[in-house]
Design a binder for this molecule. Sequence first.
Ligand code: GLV
Length: 326
Amino acid sequence: MKPSILVARAIFPEVLKKLEQVFDVDHNQADEVLSAAELQSRMRGKLGALTTGSERIDAEVLAACPQLKIVANMAVGYNNFDIGAMTAAGVLATNTPDVLTETTADFGFTLLMATARRVTESEHFLRAGQWTKWSYDMFAGAEVHGSTLGILGMGRIGQGVAKRGAHGFGMNVIYHNRSRLTPELEAECKARYVSKDELLKTADHLVLVLPYSAASHHAIGAAELALMKPTACLVNIARGGIVDDAALAVALREKRIAAAGLDVFEGEPRVHPDLLTVPNVVLTPHIASATITTRMAMATLAADNLIRFLTEGKALTPLNPQVLER
Ligand code: GLV
């Protein structure tokens, strides 16, 4: 008999087929996000699960699913996992690093350009039939090339954003991170380490690429926004909750910063209603890694983690490798 797994959301048919060759798969083809109770009942008795950021794996879920051995997240971020509880329960956690780094860094730049150059705001104006003549300051935005790019969170994706800014756009790159990069990596990224305060005060554009945790909750709130330049753009491709969205909406409305580009939101897919009514914000529905090639690579890596672990006891990208040693 094949081992049973749950695939908690719809995925590429090719990847599903690959999993079905090895496992008895319960697939949530309807693709509705499962409630905690539904997740527990569908995962009970399964040895593994493929999840996305929308399924929370915590002590309560784990207690209800004692046969569970592995949960493979199809995402690099894993704030939906309680890693401590998973390790205590002997459940391996995996994510999908590396395969999405460059694609996500591309999107950081997409949002930065769209925000600084007011792309969506001007498109709405045009579509609404309001474009009747050229004028010297129509949708004049902020310069990107040659400006100072601030990056908060300098992991792989942050470094990708830094390289694009420094090498492609001649930007002066500054960053803040929990730990400083090695001198070699700083040279590669042409990035200078600064304090968080200096980052906020000096960046012409600030891109957030740090993981979400209790420590990074509201890392950008009213006080931090007040330190930023009134001409600055803020881009969040990290996680909702890192920015205090209510405070950001106020800062945008009062033009305390120039504009924001947001791919992630507190409590998404809900979006703070005030963000929907301010014009100087570019909003996208959590699509930074969304190219077909990258999403396929992410799904394949998550599937390969399940296959390798449940057939050979090994994993490609474990988050709590101590479980493998038991
Ligand atoms: C997307 O947000 C991811 O963490 O991969």
